[in-house]
Write a protein that binds this ligand. Structure first.
Ligand SMILES: [Zn+2]
Length: 131
């Protein structure tokens, strides 16, 4: 009886998730941040800070849920891609990233070369940056 019920529940859930986005690294990060906000709130006695952190924590968790149930998988995928890209850039100590002032193309240049003239690979716009 119970097994059947769980099986049906699992089937229902799979059915529900068809065409929906599911989870990704960005969602995990949002959930972790939500959990962290929840934990941090325990250290504050001030009811306002407590309330704020709890609200932030719920907000983040609801955001993560909305993302995983979203049917706009393309948009969610792009969000995750941008998030991963952002972290890759944070970790990258050997390069700096600049946005082309004309076409917004991101250009990667080596660090520590002083002032250099950068030519955008997309639109050939030239701009000077300190690296
Ligand atoms: Zn450009």
């Amino acid at each position: 009886m119970i097994r059947q019920f769980i099986q049906r529940l699992g089937y229902g859930f799979r059915n529900f998730m068809v065409g929906r986005y599911g989870t990704d690294k960005l969602n995990m990060a949002i959930l972790c941040a939500g959990l962290a906000a929840c934990l941090v709130s325990a250290f504050f006695d001030n009811p306002w800070i407590n309330l704020l952190l709890t609200a932030v924590s719920y907000g983040l968790m609801i955001w993560a849920l909305c993302r995983s149930f979203s049917r706009n998988t393309y948009k969610r995928y792009q969000e995750n891609r941008k998030f991963l890209q952002f972290f890759d850039r944070l970790k990258d100590r050997e390069h700096r990233y600049y946005e082309c002032p004309k076409c917004r193309q991101v250009v990667r240049v080596p660090r520590g070369k002083g002032k250099i003239a950068i030519t955008c690979p997309k639109c050939r716009e030239k701009f000077v940056k300190k690296t």
